[in-house]
Design a protein around this ligand. Structure first.
Ligand code: HEM
Length: 488
């Protein structure tokens, strides 16, 4: 990736925002480097399509079936490659099923899955966070969302990893994952439940079993790889960039802002292969011919000097990066990816506030491909901590009072002040929070005092009488509402 970054810089200097390059076997393609040019391409379906079957080198046989990049551009009957009415039909079913996911329930699942994963290693004082955390959390959450929580285990994580690495066993691993998804489809066709798969099946678009299976695969694999990268990249940045960490500690940056900065600087997919010209046209001053292929240059677009003249300056509050692409194919699962990263990173750092990198930074390695960069290992150390109970449910019984945050002192909403004003004035002495506007995008955040956001210390609380007394005190309506609202 470091080399690719230098390559993109050189290409931009030599060719401008759209540069000609050669793929393996000298197959020609354009790489789109400019932010505006990439945006124009993804937003102009009348000129550019994701349907690779019109790509000239493929049509005239220059791209052989065993081309190493074939898995990236081989056309499949899924929404990613479809266009027009067919794209609307397939994507509509996916977005409708995504819309049925309750954000509070989602955050609760993510929180619990994080606690379970951290429980596996917290007593040891050492962990390898790519293998033990970043690659597991998205899979645990997605298996739950899709409706197959019982399928989540080390085997399915390994299979997904194997498929993406394209190792010798990739075909067998793909078959294992597809078999899980086919069985899930059959189960839900016979007995629907309130999960993503059942809603996908029940959609008026009437997807066939093959279409359901293929879309479950797209959703599972896209979210697994991208979100694992996002988690690993964000945690690595926190551990290796003292300025970044200081901003989090000091409350100048929230975890969602840290995740957003990571999406700018290290997008989980660095390029997408590809888009294809439907007619002769012009892009970034280049003459593009019908049938030409173009790489969606997410990573180079995100560092385009025209949108980021001062590269080190933070991009807080600005979400116009292309990590989720744009236009008709823009990622429909971006809020899920963001929620997994936000909650996962926040809870990890709250549980292990003194998390440190356990090797010199220079020893970190990435597997580098044109499509993505993937951190191989992230060894960490921390003070050993006891496991936490992840089974406790929110209830109306008295809850322990929150403890003061440890050194991390971060939260998703810390930058806001405590609620005040007429909307929050209690009718009868009880604070009553105002629900967020219906149009607000989720995950919604509420302006709340940061001290209310600390989860109850389940087994870690000191055993002294004073602490016991504090724990017996009933929590306010605010605290209980907030826990419920945040899905804790
Ligand atoms: C951090 C996490 C994620 C990132 C960075 C990401 C990024 C992307 C990108 C760059 C595309 C390609 C858009 C294009 O072709 O122009 C895409 C498409 C897609 N993503 Fe995601 N994604 C993430 C998580 C998810 C999740 C959690 C889901 C689950 C619902 C998901 C489902 C999809 C689907 C179905 C498509 C194809 C959409 C279409 O072609 O209409 N993604 N994603």
């Amino acid at each position: 990736m470091r080399d690719l970054r230098a390559l993109y810089r050189r290409l931009r200097e030599e060719h401008g925002p759209v540069a000609p390059v050669l793929l393996h076997d000298d197959v020609p393609i354009w790489v789109v480097l400019g932010h505006a040019e990439n945006l124009h391409m993804v937003r102009t379906p009348s000129q550019f399509t994701r349907d690779s079957r019109i790509w000239t080198p493929l049509v005239d046989g220059r791209v052989k079936p065993d081309h190493p990049l074939m898995p990236h551009f081989a056309w499949q009957p899924v929404c990613s490659y479809a266009e027009g009415e067919e794209h609307l039909r397939l994507r509509g079913a996916v977005t409708s099923a995504v819309a049925t996911i309750d954000p509070r329930r989602l955050r609760r699942h993510i929180g619990r899955a994080t606690q379970r994963l951290v429980n596996r290693f917290c007593e040891r004082g050492r962990a390898e966070l790519v293998d033990q955390f970043a690659e597991h959390l998205p899979m645990a959450v997605m298996c739950e969302i899709l409706g197959m929580p019982e399928e989540y285990n080390d085997r399915i994580v390994q299979a997904a990893r194997d498929m993406l690495k394209g190792t010798e066993t990739a075909i067998a691993s793909n078959e294992y994952v597809m078999d899980c998804l086919r069985r899930l489809t059959a189960r839900r066709r016979a007995e629907p439940a309130d999960d993503f798969t059942s809603h996908l099946i029940a959609d008026p678009a009437r997807l066939s079993d093959d279409e359901v299976g293929a879309h479950l695969r797209v959703v599972l694999i896209a979210s697994y790889e991208a979100t694992a990268n996002l988690l690993a990249n964000t945690i690595r940045r926190v551990l290796t960039d003292p300025g970044f960490r200081a901003q989090l500690n000091g409350g100048q940056m929230t975890v969602p802002q840290a995740v957003e900065q990571s999406l700018w600087d290290e997008p989980p997919f660095s390029t997408i292969l590809g888009y294809f010209a439907k007619e002769d046209t012009e892009l970034g001053g280049r003459r593009i011919r019908r049938g030409d292929g173009l790489l969606l240059g997410i990573a180079p677009a995100n560092v385009d000097p025209r949108v980021r003249p001062d590269l080190p300056a933070d991009m807080q509050g600005n979400r116009s990066h292309l990590a989720f692409s744009g236009g008709p194919h823009e990622c429909p699962g971006q809020d899920i990816g963001r929620a997994i990263a936000d909650v996962g990173v926040d809870k990890l750092l709250m549980r292990l506030p003194d998390l440190q990198l356990d090797c010199p930074e220079e020893e970190l390695r990435w597997t580098e491909s044109m499509a993505s960069q993937h951190l191989v290992e992230l060894p960490v150390r921390f003070s050993p901590r006891p496991q936490q109970d992840v089974t406790s449910q929110p209830s109306h019984t008295p809850m322990p009072l929150p403890q003061q945050r440890a050194a991390w002192d971060i939260s998703t909403v810390r930058a806001f002040a405590a609620p005040s004003g007429p909307e929050h004035t209690p009718a009868a002495g009880t604070p009553r929070p105002r629900p967020p506007a219906a149009s607000a995008p989720w995950p919604r955040t509420m302006p709340v005092p940061s001290t209310l956001l600390e989860p109850p210390p389940v087994r870690e609380a000191p055993a002294g009488a004073g602490a016991a007394g504090a724990r017996d005190r009933p929590a306010g309506v605010w605290q209980r509402f907030l826990r419920w609202w945040r899905g804790e």
